[in-house]
Ligand binder design. Sequence first.
Ligand code: NAI
Length: 244
Amino acid sequence: MNFTGKTVLVTGAASGIGNACAKGFAEAGATVILTDINEAAGNAAAAEIKGSQFIKLDVTSRDSAEAVAAQITAEGGKLDVLVNAAGWDIIEPFMNNTPEYWDKIMAINFMGPVQLTRALLPLLIESGSGRIVNVSSDAGRVGSFGETVYAGAKGGIIAFTKSLAREMTRKNIRVNCICPGPTDTPLFASQSEKMQEALKNAIPMKRVAKPSEVADGVLFFASDRSSFVTGQVLSVSGGLTMVD
Ligand code: NAI
C-alpha cells in the first residue's frame, strides 16, 4: 500500500491504535497529521514521525474540531484520509454507571467522530477521493459485559459508518469501520489482570492484537486495495467474534 502524496489525519494518535495508524501511514509514504487531547504525548509521538505535524484536538468539542479544519485550510493543506481512532472506556456494571460517565462515553466515542467528520468533510470532498475509517469495537457488534453504554456508542459508530457511506458515494468518499478486539494498548492495560487473562483465553488465537495489526486493517480500508468497498465492518480480533 502506497500513500505517497496523501495527507492523513488520525485522532487519538498519541497512544495505542491511533499511534500505530499514524506510524503505518507514515511508513507507507503519507503526510500524517497526528491529533490528540494529550498535547505532551501527541507532540512526542509526532517527533518520532518524520514530516508529521501534531495538532491538539479534543474530539468532544465542536469548536476544537472546527479549529482543526480551519488550521488545515489556513495552512493551505489538504486532507485525503480521516481516521477516527480516539476512544475511552472504563469497564463497570451498567447499574453502577453515573449519568456523567454515560455523557463522557457518548461524547468521546460517538459524538466525537460525528462532529469531527462533519468539520472535515469539506476538505475530504475537495480531495476528490476521500476516505474515512472509523475505529469502533467488537463490543459494538456483539455486546460486552461491563461495557454496555460503550458498546452502544460503538454500535452507533457502525450504523453511522454505513449511513454516511451511503450518502458519500456521490462525493466519491468511502467510509468503513474497523472493530478491534482486545488490543495491547494503555486502554487494555487499564483493565484488571483477571479481565485481561479472561479476554485472552476467550480469543481463538489465544492472544490480544498488536496495535499494528489493527492499523493494517485501517490502512487497507484507506488504500486503493479496497477501492470497491464502502460501508463495511472488519473485525480484527483473532477470531473472538465471527459475525455474518
Ligand atoms: P488508548 O487509550 O491507548 O488511546 C486513546 C487515545 O485517545 C489517547 O491518546 C487519548 O489521549 C485519546 N483521547 C481520549 N479522549 C480524547 C478526546 N476527548 N479527544 C481527543 N483524543 C482523546 O486507546 P486504544 O486502545 O488505542 O484505543 C483506540 C480505539 O480503539 C478507541 O476508539 C477504542 O475504543 C478502540 N478499541 C480498543 C480496544 C483495545 O482493546 N485496546 C478494543 C476495541 C476497541
